[in-house]
Design a binder for this molecule. Sequence first.
Ligand SMILES: CC(C)(COP(=O)(O)OP(=O)(O)OC[C@H]1O[C@@H](n2cnc3c(N)ncnc32)[C@H](O)[C@@H]1OP(=O)(O)O)[C@@H](O)C(=O)NCCC(=O)NCCS
Length: 207
Amino acid sequence: MYHFSVCGSKTPNGVELEELPVSCAAMYTSSEHLLKSDIVLSVMKKYLRKDMQTESSYEDRKCKIRRLEITDKSKGFIELLRQLTVCDSLSDKEFEDRFHELASQGDDHIICVIEDDSTGKIIATGSVFIEKKFIRNCGKVGHIEDVVVDSSARGLHLGKKVIQFLTEHAESVGCYKVILDCSAENRAFYEKCGFKQKEIQMVKYFT
Ligand SMILES: CC(C)(COP(=O)(O)OP(=O)(O)OC[C@H]1O[C@@H](n2cnc3c(N)ncnc32)[C@H](O)[C@@H]1OP(=O)(O)O)[C@@H](O)C(=O)NCCC(=O)NCCS
């Protein structure tokens, strides 16, 4: 496993921080953390690399990136997570309880999804939680987790889109860096997202 981080003055696609627009956080609605995805899409399009704006990828599929909504359980969100790791079936109540628990953390823990408008299915997701520290002048670190793209939609730059969204969120709430762990086979993907390898991962499982 590798440990990646992004820090410094540029976003993964090379945009200087000073050039960034008002943070996406300002576009979030207050209830249930819904996102005005059309607005976010227009902002994101402006900052995407030109080759990511081609008709064959994001635009053509009419996909929206937004925060997780409570109705996404019925749109294949859990099945998508199963493509990443073990994810047992959840009752609606279990899902809703966890959803509200996470939602209560506001901007400190967000899950984003990409929905394919043509099928109504969730085809990509990822999350970031914000760790508040004493070091670095009470600095904050973003931890990216649970990134997965549906097997039928890989290679369309949706994974990159998810990472960009999560990274920009971490920047917008004042993180000085964002980090994640990944397998060796995904190292090149994260490098293309602007991350670099740093240190190693240690783990101790309890179950
Ligand atoms: C890893 C994953 C999220 C990548 O998503 P994706 O949408 O297919 O990736 P993208 O299309 O956004 O790829 C972005 C760039 O990385 C490259 N890339 C993607 N996966 C790669 C890999 N495994 N090895 C080398 N390059 C890779 C793409 O070719 C693309 O390059 P380009 O910008 O030059 O065109 C996806 O393959 C996946 O869900 N895998 C299974 C779950 C998983 O392993 N999640 C990661 C947990 S850490």
